[in-house]
Ligand binder design. Structure first.
Ligand SMILES: *[C@@H]1O[C@H](CO)[C@@H](O)[C@H](O)[C@H]1NC(C)=O
Ligand SMILES: *[C@@H]1O[C@H](CO)[C@@H](O)[C@H](O)[C@H]1NC(C)=O
Ligand SMILES: *[C@@H]1O[C@H](CO)[C@@H](O)[C@H](O)[C@H]1NC(C)=O
Ligand SMILES: *[C@@H]1O[C@H](CO)[C@@H](O)[C@H](O)[C@H]1NC(C)=O
Length: 458
């Protein structure tokens, strides 16, 4: 993520995480009955079904994937080479109320990055609304940029060549958070009050949310159509500056979500819950341990042990899924990436197996960029082979075929997988594959739970 010496800044992240953890949070509720607040409840919104221009969404997704690689980039100058593919792009958004009085902002919910940032405006006499959706920092009485000398400033990558003048009063902490596709947000690392809805129906004020007040954003993955009118990103990663880390400690250090199938009509509402799992009864959850990669503190890695198609185990060497001694490889759960990207050798096996089993006619149109597309014209209920992933911790993730055979055009369904070819990359379980499951990120117990029951609750 950093442009300068990311390795160093990652080290700093983990060091400061420990030294700051005790002072990081201040909570108060509007009704002062703090103990009644069990968890925070943020509706998850989906703005985009399948956009009119698939190639646009495709590139946005590939670019989005690239952002995942940001913190691993120091070991390889090469970006992952992903061939042109097409898919529906889908991001999930969260409403965040920031400032005093609160201003509403729509952020991409992203488990694949850490920084929470919003588009900021320094305008003194603006009104928010159409055409001006930025956060108006000067309209908030609780907005403060950190001083560049503040130790919190070490938590974010700082721009090169900007020395901090200790004695100057107005010397804000500048951050420069760049993604590997060269998308970048720059601005002031700041603190603000955020107001969140709690389970009890009251609202909770979190007084010291550290976030990036972005005055400059560039690059495809965080501007333009792929960003879908969002005003920033809510980083939910494992790093210390993510929302999950900053708020989570107060709420048992866990969060959960259920990404609803947005092709359903009407689209069901789902929630990002901070502090609790969507399932009322946790008993039905399957768990897989979070795996640590010593080279990055951001991503939620899980371990894939094998892949089954129609209950037949594919011959894939376990090393295909492993994190190597340089931190390459492995598999990441990411809410901010749409498609699923799998290590090349595994991908080839899976595609081959599907090609053998799917008897439907191939679709003519090859521009989709997927290796397997079928023509379902005239087929009332096309059925597809079952795929399941055996995960570490003796659990099995069996997504319904609708999570991996997706509509890309009228009467065309494609296998929504992409090969990962760069040796420095890692596999990604994207948000389409996660649909209809509750995922619980239990950070204290270092495990990820999932269940097909509980979506739509509470
Ligand atoms: C730091 O700021 C002070 C006060 O504005 C100024 O007098 C001083 O020259 C600055 N030092 C540097 C190295 O820029
Ligand atoms: C908070 O809850 C209220 C009442 O349930 C609702 O109207 C509002 O939209 C919610 N706000 C956010 C940001 O979720
Ligand atoms: C929880 O589990 C119990 C027993 O398995 C069941 O009777 C109950 O309906 C469940 N509650 C919910 C909300 O799913
Ligand atoms: C699908 O099949 C129908 C009927 O055979 C044909 O008319 C149509 O062009 C095909 N579409 C694609 C994308 O292959």
């Amino acid at each position: 993520m950093a442009t300068t010496s990311p390795f160093l800044s990652l080290l700093l992240f983990s060091l400061f995480f420990f030294s700051f953890s005790s002072s990081a949070t201040t909570f108060s509720t509007t009704n002062r009955r703090i103990k009644k607040v069990e968890y925070l409840k943020l509706p998850l919104l989906h703005k985009d079904t399948f956009p009119s221009n698939p190639s646009q969404s495709l590139s946005s997704d590939i670019r989005r994937l690239n952002t995942l690689y940001s913190s691993l980039l120091h070991r390889s100058a090469k970006l992952p080479l992903t061939s042109g593919a097409s898919s529906g792009s889908g991001q999930y958004f969260v409403d965040l109320r920031l400032g005093t009085p609160p201003q509403r902002l729509l952020l991409v919910a992203d488990t694949g990055s850490d920084l929470v940032w919003v588009t900021c405006s320094a305008c003194r006499s603006c009104t928010r609304g159409r055409g001006n959706s930025a956060f108006l920092a000067r309209h908030s009485s609780t907005y403060f940029p950190y001083h560049c000398y503040d130790k919190k400033c070490n938590l974010v990558p700082n721009p090169k060549g900007v020395a901090c003048n200790h004695t100057r009063q107005h010397s804000p902490c500048r951050y420069e958070y760049s993604y590997s596709d060269k998308s970048e947000t720059k601005g002031f690392f700041s603190t603000e009050t955020t107001t969140l809805n709690a389970s009890s129906g009251s609202s909770v004020k979190f007084k010291k949310l550290s976030f990036g007040c972005s005055f400059e954003a560039s690059g495809p993955s965080i501007t333009g159509p792929s960003f879908n009118g969002a005003q920033g990103v809510m980083g939910l990663g494992r790093g210390s500056i993510s929302l999950a880390s900053q708020l989570g400690r107060r709420f048992g250090n866990k969060f959960s979500y259920c990404l609803m199938d947005y092709t359903l009509s009407p689209t069901p509402t789902s929630y990002l819950l901070i502090g609790r799992s969507n399932t009322v009864n946790g008993s039905k959850m399957s768990y897989t341990p979070m795996i640590n990669n010593p080279f990055t503190s951001t991503f939620y890695y899980i371990g894939i042990e094998s892949v089954y198609i129609e209950d037949v185990k594919l011959p894939i060497r376990p090393s295909v899924w492993a994190i190597d001694e340089l931190g390459n490889g492995g598999t990441v759960m990411d809410s901010g990436t749409t498609l699923t990207f799998l290590a090349e050798p595994a991908y080839r096996r899976i595609v081959r197996a599907f090609k053998r089993l799917v008897k439907l006619p191939k679709a003519d149109d090859k521009t989709m960029g997927f290796d397997l597309c079928v023509n379902v014209s005239g087929v009332v209920r096309p059925s597809f082979p079952k795929m399941s992933f055996k995960l570490s911790g003796d659990s099995v993730f069996s997504p319904p075929p609708g999570n991996y055979f997706i509509d890309t055009a009228v009467d065309v369904k494609c296998l929504a997988l992409q090969p990962l070819t760069a040796p420095s990359g890692f596999s990604v379980i994207g948000n389409l594959m996660q649909q209809g499951f509750v995922f619980e990120f239990d950070r204290d117990r270092s495990r990820i739970g999932f269940s097909r029951h509980g979506c739509g609750k509470p």
